[in-house]
Ligand binder design. Structure first.
Ligand code: CAA
Length: 284
């Protein structure tokens, strides 16, 4: 893959999109980020810059490597221009099935027929997203984790109609990015989100019931179970809206154990989305 992939298109300049763009650029690929919002593109660029600066400060990267990576990323709002000549396309737009399906259909029509298409969905069905495509065999789940430059895992999701060759290309893409892959079946929430939101939702229910403060619930898992970050702080990092969307989807697909806690829904309605909005279970 590293020999044949030279161009990557990333849709969505948000938390995940700009992180994915960064790791692709750091791996030497030419990257086009596409987002219709200029403000989102500017915020995405600032996020990439801040992350690369941090790596330079930690001597994980030289200033020249940072500048070269930044120079490999182009930012725009036009779908056709973004996928022009792309070898790999990764969509990381908000977790809404219609939005992703519509975008993937446009990408399918405009991208080179040989391009691998990946969705960074946290929980939606790759089979369903692929159903409207002319060639569903080239769609895989490419599920990255936040913060993308730090987290080692790439969860590759095989839809019912995903070709084995597409999975092989996704594995090679993971290797080129320095990520460790797992390949999972297309089941709601895959291997990661299903467990991740179960813990997060239970922590929110515990907060609702006054079991302990947010700080102490988090401290319990950090010190008692050695999680790098407690489930409420992690929900802030991921985005409360993202976790609510995953829970609503799993509630419909899997069952009652994934019913979203009312507190979570209220906080999302109030615009308390976590780190990205400045407030969630914590002030950032
Ligand atoms: N860019 C570059 N480097 C970064 C970074 C970023 N955005 N964020 C952290 N780092 C680096 C730091 O510079 C630091 O480097 P050194 O080891 O060289 O010092 C290292 O990562 C650790 O960071 P910190 O020392 O600042 O803080 P920490 O030790 O508490 O780690 C953390 C921060 C990596 C975020 C850690 O708390 C962690 O792993 N948390 C859990 C994250 C997690 O579970 N993510 C998955 C969420 S689910 C998801 O994303 C998928 C989904 O579908 C929603």
């Amino acid at each position: 893959m590293s020999e044949t992939t030279t161009r990557v298109a990333v849709f969505g300049a948000g938390t995940m999109g700009h992180g994915i763009a960064q790791v692709c650029a750091a791996a030497g690929f030419a990257v086009q980020v596409c987002d219709p919002s200029e403000a989102a593109r500017e915020k995405g660029l600032a996020g990439v810059r801040a992350s690369l600066d941090r790596m330079v400060a930690k001597a994980k990267l030289s200033a020249e490597q940072r500048d070269a990576a930044l120079g490999r990323i182009g930012w725009g709002g036009d779908v056709g221009a973004a996928v022009d000549g792309a070898d790999v396309v990764v969509e990381a737009v908000p977790e809404r099935v219609e939005l992703k399906r519509e975008l993937l259909q446009r990408v399918d029509a405009l991208a080179p027929a040989t391009a691998l298409l990946g969705s960074n969905t946290s929980s939606l069905s790759i089979t369903e997203l692929g159903a409207a495509l002319r060639d569903p065999s080239r769609l895989v789940g490419l599920h990255f984790f936040n913060p993308v430059p730090v987290m080692e895992l790439l969860e590759i999701v095989r839809g019912v109609r995903t070709a084995e060759a597409a999975v092989d290309r996704a594995l090679a893409f993971a290797a080129a990015l320095g990520k460790t892959p797992i390949v999972v079946r297309d089941m709601p929430g895959f291997a990661t989100s299903r467990l991740g939101v179960a813990l997060g939702a239970e922590a929110i229910r515990m907060l609702e019931q006054g079991v302990a403060s947010a700080e102490d619930i988090d401290r319990a898992m950090e010190l008692g179970y050695r999680h790098p970050m407690g489930p409420l702080r992690l929900t802030d990092l991921v985005g409360l809206d993202v976790r609510l969307a995953i829970l609503d989807h799993l509630h419909r697909e899997v069952g009652e154990q994934f019913r979203a806690p009312p507190l979570l829904r209220q906080m999302v309605r109030a615009g308390k989305l976590g780190k990205k909005s400045g407030e969630g279970f914590y002030k950032w």
